[in-house]
Each structure stands twice: as structure tokens, then as C-alpha cells.
Design a protein around this ligand. Sequence first.
Ligand code: DC
Length: 225
Amino acid sequence: MTESLLPPVIAIDGPSASGKGSVAERVAKHFGFHYLDSGAIYRLLAFAAYKQQVPWSDAKALAEIAARLNIRFESGETYLDNQLVSAEIRTEQMGKGASEVAVHPEVRTALLQTQRNFRKAPGVVGDGRDIGSVIFPDAGLKVFLTAAVETRAKRRYDQLLQRGEAASYEHILQDLQQRDLRDSQRAVAPLKQLPDAILLDTTDKNIEQAVNIIIEAFKKAGQNA
Ligand code: DC
């Protein structure tokens, strides 16, 4: 048996609003692992570009911003240039921006090492679209976490209402459908279920059930390694 010297990785990929974030964070907590929220990094880039009035279509300028992005994740909060921006990057507008900046290969290359740096002992749980395919292709466990688009739209809608934000279910549904299409049909690192990933459909499951399935699958993967 050959043992990898690198810390273990659990890769959780899936479409927007599938619950990846909540699930990944809890799995990380369970094992005492680090947590890589890769979507937050794309959101931070979209936000930084927006503040500098750089269009989300300008691949070259975006890659330059990406290369010197000063970000920090601490106690569940997100900082850009030492300023707290957790709420600003969670808006629907920045979700759309993240999906737009993410189509550029130059941007993805510029953010590759930033993401790989999260792989530290005792391990990392990463969530996104290409964690299992590009960022950590040797991950010990790969999960494709998804749910019906209507279920995801409803969850996002309830979340926004809870936060006291105005929301339209129809609008959110349309936006998610567009984002699914853009994220899965782009030329570079598209979202797709890998042949070596387990499929976890949470349409009829709550967060706790999804978390438990991943914890058990990782323990089992470790036994078989
Ligand atoms: O997971 P999220 O909704 O916060 O991600 C926002 C956008 O960022 C998503 O629509 C596509 C992009 N993204 C990506 O291209 N690759 C990742 N690994 C994570 C996110």
C-alpha cells in the first residue's frame, strides 16, 4: 500500500444553491479539516472587479486582479483588502458576476494556486464546480451534490426572505437555470459529474442527512485506500 504524503481531500462539486456550502462546512467541522469555499473566491473576484469598474468580460484585466487578490477567510467571515465583505459577495448580482468571470481560462489559471494552498494538514473539504476535476483530481472522495432546480430555487428564495431581502421565485428559478447552463457548458472546467464521484441528490434530503452520507462515504473510502 502506498500512502500519499499530501493531506486528504473531500471534493464536493455541484450546481448553484445545491447546499454544497452548508454541507461542506459541516463535513469539514466533523473531521476538523480546513474548508475551501471556491465559489467565494470567484465571488470576491467579481466584487473586486465591480469596485474597480472592470467589466466581467475583460479576461486580461480580471486575471491581473485575480493574481493579486488580497483575500482572507476567518471565523466564517470573508475579507477583501482587510475589509469585511461577507454580505456583499453573497448577493444574486455577485453570484451572477462570479459565474461570468469564471468562464475565462486566464482567470481560472490565476486562481488555481490560491485554491490549492488550502490543502493543509489534517485535510481539506473543498466545494465548487471543478474541485474534483481540476483543483484536487486526486481527492480521496469526490461527491456530486445536486438537487432539482425547483428545489434549489425554493431554498434560495426562502434564504433571501429570511435575510429580509425582496425576492421573486420565478426570477431566482430563471437565474439558476441560466447559471447551470453557463457553468456546465463553458469550455474550461465545466461542471459535470465525474465517473469517480458519488451522486448525492438532496431533493428529498436535509443537510444533516447529506452530511452523514458524506462522512460515512469518506470513512469507507479510507478503509479501501
Ligand atoms: O458556489 P457559488 O454559487 O458561490 O459559485 C459562484 C459562481 O462561481 C458559480 O456560478 C460558478 C463559479 N465557480 C466556478 O466556476 N468554479 C468553482 N470551483 C466555484 C465557483
